[in-house]
Design a protein around this ligand. Sequence first.
Ligand code: FES
Length: 125
Amino acid sequence: MSKEFPEIEKDNKTFVLVCNSDELREYKSKNIFFDEELQVAIFRIKQKLYAVSNICPHQHAAVICEGFIEELTVTCPLHGWIYSLESGKALGSHAKLKTYEVFEENNTIFLEKPVQKMPKWMENL
Ligand code: FES
C-alpha cells in the first residue's frame, strides 16, 4: 500500500514532507517508504543531506538504507556494491541509483516527490 505525505511546491517542483530533522542523525540514514517499488534512502553526512533510491539494482533489494557509509559513498550490505551518494553511480559498473533533491527547512526534511516510472515492457500493453 502506498503512503501519502504532505506536499509543497518549490522551484516548480513538488516536494514531500518526510520527517523532522531530528529523526535523521549525522552519519545515519532513513528509508522513506512510498511502496514496495518506490523507496528513498536519505543520508545525513557532515550536515548535508543526500537522497538515493533504497533499492539496489543488483538484486532489486530494498537495503541501501542499511548500507555502510564511508566518505560520500554507501556500500550495499548484501554483496558490497559501492555507490556514490552524490551521483548514485556504482563504482566500477554502469549500475546507478536514482538520486533525488532533498532539503531541510524549519526543522523539517523535504524530499523531491518520487515518481513511479512504468517499466518499458509494460508501455505497450
Ligand atoms: S543486492 Fe546490492 S550488491 Fe547485491
